[in-house]
Every structure is written in structure tokens, then in C-alpha cells.
Design a protein around this ligand. Structure first.
Ligand SMILES: NC(=O)c1ccc[n+]([C@@H]2O[C@H](COP(=O)([O-])OP(=O)(O)OC[C@H]3O[C@@H](n4cnc5c(N)ncnc54)[C@H](O)[C@@H]3O)[C@@H](O)[C@H]2O)c1
Length: 405
């Protein structure tokens, strides 16, 4: 009921008013802490049963259910998905489905028991302009893809890392969490870049051939808040990703795809720009849209048999989960950014404290443009190893060692 689950509640309530869905049960072990929300969502008047254990909810409700929404902490997704699919029920599972590649394989196998495929809630694959542009890419209009880049700086205050007991964690007990800007908050954009470079079908994501990454932290967390990642796809395209929460000011994000005849720049919530080598520029604004509501509606259409597939299935999430895992394996360690480079910034309007790294923007720009690694610029570590999917076998031991430090 809290966190992003409250957004799902609001959307489902709206869709219920419009006759698209009906909520019959909801569950939160802390349900008594959401009395106000339950009143706002009119759960009693809507005849919604409230549970504190999801197994009891499934037992009581499963005969009347068409789908189960799983907007819970990452490390709970797999067991909840397993319980729903054991009853034949498909799920709308929030992104990331899991950040453990072995667990993802179990989820993919479990999903085959459901009446329909589950949908993973990466927000932006359904965007009509994105799909139309990918069609043009696949048709060869822009020539071959030569490279792709993601730049994403989303400041997060210190309080963000205290929002729940799994924020910034690598593991909880024996379970892999890997909460980070790359694996969680900005996972959408990483998945989007893999979508641009995937082919030949429209709904396809690039396969990862090799990865090199440097992971850093400025905040006092177990995991990383700053990622520099380079990955080669099996089609020979080099992608670079630079993402951080260790910054202040306005959030920025942009996906770039460099092709022989044009460079495509796509900024969710901003604009899409096609800069042709001959000087022509096509630019269009991307109107804001209710990503969660549209993802629900898109998934309902699939469940009703009106569309052939969910926007992202569990199997479609493989490249993203592998890339995040290999980034950890390649980096091998999470390096504290030298204290002298970090300063505190107080946002008086928000009444929140941020950390910012002095040369973050220039480091990000030279990594994305020239492939210059922060390690070569004095960020307190040596270069990382290049790893391939064959190194995924080392993933658990690397994460355990990182968490033990
Ligand atoms: N698609 C998006 O734009 C978007 C945005 C934010 C978060 N998310 C995703 O949503 C998921 C939840 O993230 P969050 O930050 O809201 O987490 P959170 O820790 O705030 O948890 C959400 C809710 O789940 C409840 N919960 C915990 N254990 C539970 C259990 N055993 N049974 C039922 N409910 C339980 C919590 O009490 C809380 O109310 C994550 O996968 C996250 O990545 C997606």
C-alpha cells in the first residue's frame, strides 16, 4: 500500500471508475499503517478485502482473479510471482523483476504455469513515439547502429536511502537486492537503451557480449550510487551508460543512438530529436503521459486477447538483468568516491540534503563521448576487467564479497 504500491492503487481506482478493472483484494503486512489511504481509495465501499499476508490473499481470492500486481520490494518479487503463477495467475510485476540472473530463470520457468505471460513494469517501452522510431531504425532508415549512450543524473537526497529497509542494499540475508540507480530507479532507461539496440523484431532487446564497469558510491550505503558501464552487444554495438544519484539540481536523462546516417536523441518527458548527417533536424516534443495507467491498460488489452504480447515479458528482461549483474562482476568492488570530491548541498525549498561530486558532469561527458574511465582520472581505483556472460557464474560470490566489505 505504501511506496509505489500506492501509485498502483490510485491508478487501479481510476481504471475501476472507468470500468477497466476491479480490485478485489489487497495486501500489506503494514496495512494498519495505511488507514488514511484505505479511506481515500474507498476500499470498504468498493468491497476490497484487505490482508496482511499475500498467501492468505491468494488463497481467498484466486478463483476470482485475472491478474496479481506485485509492486513490492525487489527481493520479494520472485516468491510472490511463484505463488501467483502456481495458481495459474499472470502478474504485473514491477521492474526490476529480480536482479539475480539465476532467480530470473526460475521466474521465467514459473511463468509458463500462468494462463498468460506476466508483464514487467518497465514504464517506457509502450510509448508510441518510441515504438514508431524503433520501426524506422529496424527498417534501416538511419543506417546501421554504431553506438548508443545513456546519460542519467537523478539527484537523490540522503533521506532517499532511508526510505525503506532495502534502499541501497546489495543483499538482505541470502537474497540478492542490488538496489541502485542502474538496477532500480533508472532501470527503465537502461532497458530502453537495450531496446533501441535490439533486433530484428520490434520487441527485442540487445544480447550482451562483454561488459566493463566501474561502480562508485558517494553516499554511506552498501551498494553503488554511481555507475559507468560499457557493454558490447552480440551485434557488435558498443553502449555506454553513465548514471548517478550523487548529484544535486535538476534531474537529467537522455538516450542517444548513433547511426550511420543520423543521431537519435530521446529524452523521456522531453523530446525526440533526429539529427541527420546532412544537417536536417527533426524534433518533436514528447507529451507527458501517465506511464503507470497506460502500462496497466496495455497489459489488460493483452490479457483480454486484444494485443499479442505484454510490453516487456520476464524473458525480455534477461539482457537488463545480465547487464546489471555483469557490471557488478566486472567492477569487482564498489569504490568510495574520494571525500575531497564530495560536497553537501542543502535544498531549502525541499528541506533536503544532497551530496554532489565535484566533477561528475565532466567525468560523465568524457566517459560517454571518449570512453575515458573515471579510474584514469583519479577516482581511487584501477581499471576494471572485461567480463562476458560466462562470468555470470561468479555473480553470487562477487556480490557476497561486496556486501561483506
Ligand atoms: N515503475 C516505476 O516508475 C516505479 C517507481 C518506484 C518504484 N518502483 C518499483 O516498485 C517496487 C516497490 O518499490 P517501493 O520503493 O515502493 O518499495 P517499498 O519498500 O516502499 O514497498 C512497497 C510496499 O510493499 C509493502 N510490502 C513489503 N513487504 C510486503 C509483503 N510481504 N507483502 C505485501 N506487501 C509488502 C510495503 O509495506 C510497502 O507498502 C520496486 O520493484 C520498485 O523498483 C517502480
Amino acid at each position: 500500500m505504501g511506496g509505489f504500491a500506492s501509485s498502483h492503487h490510485q491508478v487501479v481506482a481510476k481504471l475501476e471508475e472507468r470500468g477497466h478493472a476491479r480490485l478485489i483484494g489487497t495486501c500489506d503486512p503494514r496495512a494498519d499503517q495505511f488507514v488514511g489511504e484505505q479511506q481515500t481509495w474507498k476500499l470498504a465501499a468498493r468491497d476490497v478485502q484487505v490482508f496482511t499476508d499475500y498467501r492468505a490473499m491468494l488463497e481467498a481470492c484466486h478463483r476470482d482473479l485475472d491478474l496479481v500486481v506485485i509492486p513490492t520490494p525487489i527481493q520479494l518479487h520472485a516468491e510472490m510471482h511463484a505463488a501467483a503463477t502456481a495458481l495459474g495467475l499472470p502478474t504485473y510485476v514491477e521492474k526490476p523483476p529480480t536482479l539475480d540472473p539465476a532467480e530470473l530463470e526460475k521466474m521465467i520457468a514459473a511463468d509458463a504455469r500462468a494462463r498468460k505471460a506476466s508483464h514487467v513494469g518497465f514504464n517506457f517501452i509502450i510509448e508510441k513515439k518510441r515504438l514508431a522510431l524503433k520501426e524506422r531504425l529496424l527498417a534501416g532508415e538511419f543506417g546501421a547502429i554504431r553506438g548508443a549512450a545513456l546519460a542519467a543524473l537523478w539527484p537523490r537526497p540522503a533521506s532517499y536511502f532511508a526510505r525503506n529497509n532495502w534502499a541501497g542494499r546489495l543483499m538482505m540475508g541470502e537474497r540478492v537486492v542490488l538496489d541502485s540507480c542502474f538496477g532500480n530507479a533508472m532501470a527503465h532507461f537502461v532497458h530502453n537503451l537495450l531496446f533501441w539496440t535490439g533486433g530484428p523484431a520490434l520487441y527485442s532487446w540487445a544480447q550482451i557480449a562483454a561488459v566493463r564497469a566501474e561502480l562508485y558510491r558517494a553516499h554511506a550505503i552498501e551498494g553503488a550510487d554511481t555507475f559507468f558501464v560499457e557493454a558490447d552487444t552480440t551485434a557488435g554495438v558498443t553502449m555506454r551508460f553513465a548514471l548517478s544519484h550523487a548529484c544535486a539540481g535538476a534531474s537529467t536523462h537522455g538516450e542517444t543512438v548513433v547511426c550511420d546516417k543520423a543521431t537519435l536523441r530521446y529524452a523521456v518527458g522531453g523530446s525526440v530529436e533526429i539529427c541527420w548527417r546532412d544537417g536536417r533536424v527533426e524534433k518533436e516534443a514528447l507529451a507527458p503521459f501517465d506511464a503507470l495507467q497506460e502500462n496497466h491498460l496495455d497489459y489488460y488489452r493483452y490479457l483480454r486477447g486484444e494485443s499479442p504480447r505484454p510490453a516487456t515479458t520476464l524473458a525480455d528482461s534477461r539482457p537488463f538483468v545480465a547487464l546489471n549483474a555483469l557490471a557488478h562482476v566486472s567492477s569487482g568492488t564498489i569504490t568510495p568516491i574520494p571525500a575531497g570530491q564530495i560536497s553537501g548541498v542543502r535544498d531549502e525549498q525541499e528541506q533536503k540534503n544532497y551530496l554532489q561530486v565535484a566533477n561528475m558532469k565532466t567525468t560523465l561527458d568524457s566517459f560517454l563521448a571518449q570512453g575515458a574511465w573515471p579510474s584514469a582520472g583519479g577516482w581511487g581505483r584501477g581499471p576494471a576487467d572485461v567480463v562476458t556472460p560466462a562470468d555470470l557464474g561468479r555473480f553470487h560470490s562477487v556480490v557476497r564479497a561486496m556486501a561483506a566489505k
